[in-house]
Design a protein around this ligand. Sequence first.
Ligand code: COD
Ligand code: ATP
Length: 203
Amino acid sequence: MSLIIGLTGSIATGKSTVSNMFKAWEIPVVDADQIAREVVEPGKPAYQKIVEHFGKKVLYDNGTLNRKKLGEIVFGNDEERKKLNSFIHPEIRKEMVRQREEYVSAGESAVVLDIPLLFESKLFDYVDKVLVVYVDPEIQLERLMERDGSDKEEALSRIQSQIPITEKKERADAIVDNTGTIENSKEQLKEILLNWGIEHKYL
Ligand SMILES: CC(C)(COP(=O)(O)OP(=O)(O)OC[C@H]1O[C@@H](n2cnc3c(N)ncnc32)[C@H](O)[C@@H]1O)[C@@H](O)C(=O)NCCC(=O)NCCS
Ligand SMILES: Nc1ncnc2c1ncn2[C@@H]1O[C@H](COP(=O)(O)OP(=O)(O)OP(=O)(O)O)[C@@H](O)[C@H]1O
């Protein structure tokens, strides 16, 4: 039996940082953001739908998706974001399930699904436990602006397109509070995995 862990949080709270800890321990991670990039490669069904709806203005000259441009459109507009989600999310879900089943069949004791929008898309049934990576909202804003080199308005528009991290924290099975050092977060994660009965050579 594999334990399926849904790793989530909100933008820039530290999901990738925690996901790297799992990878370093050789616990497999299915990465929804990565899949989201693959399903919009030129020629894929979601790509065609995006071009039909948003037009060529969201493409570079070589035909690949201009993510910055598309981001500017969808993070300021709920309707357009929902439209984009409707093109991409079904494709992401299919591929996530395919990868999850592959790891389960291989007999992995734990499989992580790293899904930024687990709560927003109500994907609780895809996982056994929900692990939320939390930071205080002020730190979230600071880290996001610093990482992406974005201004406050741009960063807030992304944060506000998601359920607040404070609310997700309330609904989690377990929380890694990533406000402190990365080392501190790693200790919290080890503790959680041991509590969940995951036996692993690195823990
Ligand atoms: C709009 C796009 C092109 C912007 O690309 P960009 O490279 O700037 O951002 P990236 O994909 O790395 O996403 C960064 C973070 O933004 C947040 N985010 C992305 N898409 C969304 C969305 N539709 N709604 C809310 N938050 C989102 C997530 O926290 C994600 O981790 C891209 O995010 C996208 O295609 N989004 C739709 C697919 C999606 O929902 N992906 C995220 C979950 S799988
Ligand atoms: N404990 C920490 N202390 C200081 N900086 C941190 C810590 N954890 C993460 N960071 C930094 O904060 C930023 C956001 O972290 P990360 O990219 O892991 O978040 P994320 O939740 O995966 O973001 P996204 O939703 O955009 O994928 C990064 O620049 C990362 O290096």
